[in-house]
Design a protein around this ligand. Sequence first.
Ligand code: ZN
Length: 99
Amino acid sequence: MDALEESGSPRPTEQKLWKDLKYSKIRKNIGDWFWKLIHNRLWPGAYWKNVPSYEERAYCEYCQNLETMDHILLSCTIEGREQIWEMVEKLYELPMKAN
Ligand SMILES: [Zn+2]
């Protein structure tokens, strides 16, 4: 069970995510970031564990846990994470438009 399931929120289908990204006011670079997130193309901690001189990037500077996307987005207790999710919620409420 992941953090989304634990929260009780319904899991959107991949089709719904793509439709929402395509027909929203979300800028292309943010849509690209979501694509990388969904397709595991971002470089969280495990990648950096094997890069000489950059191993410290593998761990969260705040709580020293392995820096996974789940950790960054859902489980780190760093101040400000909740505000980011509130902003995402407002962004998601923007009216849809065709690109
Ligand atoms: Zn952390």
